[in-house]
Design a protein around this ligand. Structure first.
Ligand code: VG1
Ligand code: CO
Length: 539
């Protein structure tokens, strides 16, 4: 009978969850008791409910996931958790965790991922707690977890539990007279069944197979992240695509050395393949499966902000919304305001929330929000409480099947109807932290000084007049500058540029936005503070 051992430990500094969980280098997580401290603090933050509870545990397959699942099993057993639902081999996508928490009404779940950050022994790992609504813990809970990490002196563990996670099935343990159950689950089954309820699979299958003429060629790229098995089951087994329509579908601990972030820079292989091949549609997902990038024939790129707006105006193509009806829409603050125009036209509420998916959950729980998104390649609906990459790809295919248009055709029609919010984001990754903080303070100071509102800023033949902070210009154009909360070292500066054109909708975003970018670089003095001439990634 496995016993319970209380281990003395000392607190580590800096176990503060950021935009989405605690993310650090693997080398930080493998320090003695570092991971144990954080897991115990998660359980302690739920202390009134933890005894007798059920929790979901899974991750994106990166290096360290299996070891940490084992620690969670042993620490949960010692703390009186009644049952764990664990993905086979520790594999569960982030949206699948959300789906399973909601379906089985568990107390919450622990998600092991650093999302789009690279994996492997020299790269990143992460731990995130999700609540009973299936969504990332709100600030109150993460602050409480952090507070507990700063004062922790002991954790409880059942070191003798032996619980392999490679075979589906139920394992029972008697922990000092208390029953403890671990159920190893099929990683994809519940999620795939849910997608079949939400979407019209036969209709998407008919599109892909070309039942009404030419097959619609898709290329789906899992970037060796967690979505591989989901993509195979959904696209190949259910929707009639072939193995040639999917790529990088084996989850790898280091993502094959790649950066599992679905954007034009890091998913360049997919972009090239679609550009040079006979494909009508391409999609890629990040390491943990909550992000998506959508491209069309010739690698026509759909910005996430536009993707959100297009989905918003076509939700009636999707059975889930035919049944549940459509409530409001929302976007994160830096996301371009294209969806706002759709909301206005359809008469739905629109919300702007801070960056991070946890800020959408309350609105969904209150029944006011159906669809939301972030410019950072996140799209989702109230079917779960995480953004959901595969859901977004299936939503797009539903629209393509219903409209018989191309991806580019849908966008052109959309812009003609609503005008276009040109958008770009510049990321300056892993800069020195101090000067970046100074830059943000200096800009804040400049922006709040008398005379800033109303001041004129020019580049070339374009002049912008400041109307408000964050910085909003008279014509609705915006500059947003913020520091990332998901990096594991140094500071990552994000510069977001959004500019609306009612008529001139077919331009090149980088060309159209160049003057506003120049103004932003000048105003922030970004090159001097970061020492960087160019961004690491342009979206
Ligand atoms: C980034 C994105 C944000 C997203 C977050 C988590 O945060 O900007 O929109 O919600 O990542 O996404 P930050 O603080 O680095 O800008 V994921 O796919 O990493 O869970
Ligand atoms: Co992610």
């Amino acid at each position: 009978m496995p016993g319970v051992v209380t281990v003395n430990t000392t607190a580590y500094e800096g176990q503060k969850p950021g935009t989405s969980g605690l993310r650090k280098k693997v080398k930080v997580f493998i320090q003695e008791n570092y991971t144990e401290n954080f897991i115990q603090s998660i359980l302690d933050a739920n202390k009134n409910a933890i005894v007798g509870s059920t929790l979901v545990v899974g991750g994106d397959g990166r290096y360290l996931v299996k070891e940490v699942v084992d620690k969670i099993i042993k620490i949960s057993a010692a703390n009186g958790v009644a049952k764990l639902l664990v993905g086979q081999n520790g594999i569960l996508s982030t949206p699948a965790v959300s789906c399973i928490i909601r379906k089985y009404k568990t107390l919450g779940g622990i998600v092991l991922t650093a999302s789009h950050n690279p994996g492997g022994i020299d790269n990143d790992f992460g731990i995130k707690f999700n609540c009973s609504n299936g969504g990332p813990a709100p600030d109150g809970t993460t602050n409480e977890i952090y507070k507990l990490t700063t004062a922790i002196t002991q954790y409880k563990i059942s070191p003798d539990i032996v619980c392999p996670i490679d075979k589906i099935g139920v394992q029972q343990f008697d922990v000092e007279g208390r029953q403890f159950t671990v159920e190893i689950m099929d990683s994809v089954k519940d999620y795939v069944e849910y997608m079949q309820e939400i979407f019209d699979f036969p209709k998407i299958k008919a599109l892909i197979q070309g039942s009404s003429g030419k097959p619609f060629n898709v290329l789906i790229d899992s970037m060796n992240g967690v979505t591989g098995p989901y993509v195979k089951r959904i696209f190949v087994d259910e929707l009639g695509a072939s193995d040639k329509n999917v790529r990088r579908v084996i989850p790898l601990e280091d993502f094959g050395g790649a950066h599992p972030d679905p954007n034009l820079t890091y998913a360049a292989e997919l972009v090239e393949a679609v550009k040079n091949g006979d494909y009508d549609f391409g999609a890629a997902f990040d390491g943990d499966g909550d992000r998506n990038m959508i491209i069309g024939r010739g690698a026509f790129f759909v910005t996430p902000s536009d993707s959100l707006a297009v989905l918003a105006s076509h939700l009636q193509c999707i059975p889930y919304f035919q049944g549940a009806g459509v409530r409001g829409f929302a976007r994160s603050m830096p996301t371009a305001a294209a969806v706002d125009r759709v909301a206005a036209r359809l008469g739905h509420e629109i919300f702007e929330v801070p960056t991070g998916w946890k800020y959408f959950g309350n609105l969904m729980d209150a029944g006011r929000l159906s669809l939301c998104g972030e410019e950072s390649f996140g799209t989702g609906s109230d079917h779960v409480r995480e953004k959901d990459g595969l859901w977004a790809a299936l939503a797009w295919l539903s629209i393509l099947a219903a409209t018989s248009l191309s991806v580019e055709g849908i966008l052109q029609k959309h812009w003609a109807q609503f005008g276009r919010n040109y958008f770009t984001r510049y990321d300056y990754e892993e800069c020195a932290s101090d000067p970046c903080n100074e830059m943000m303070q200096a800009l804040e100071k400049k922006m709040t000084e008398a005379g800033f509102v109303g001041s004129k800023h020019s580049s070339g033949d374009k002049t912008y007049v400041v109307k408000g902070l964050r910085i909003i210009f008279e014509d609705g154009s915006r500059i947003v500058l913020r520091l990332s909360g998901t990096g594991s070292s140094g500071a990552t500066v994000r510069l977001y540029i959004d500019s609306y054109e009612a008529k001139n909708v077919l331009g090149d975003a980088q060309v159209m936005l160049k003057p506003l970018i120049d103004v932003a670089l000048k105003l922030s003095d970004l090159k001097r503070y970061t020492g960087r001439d160019a961004p690491t990634v342009i979206t």
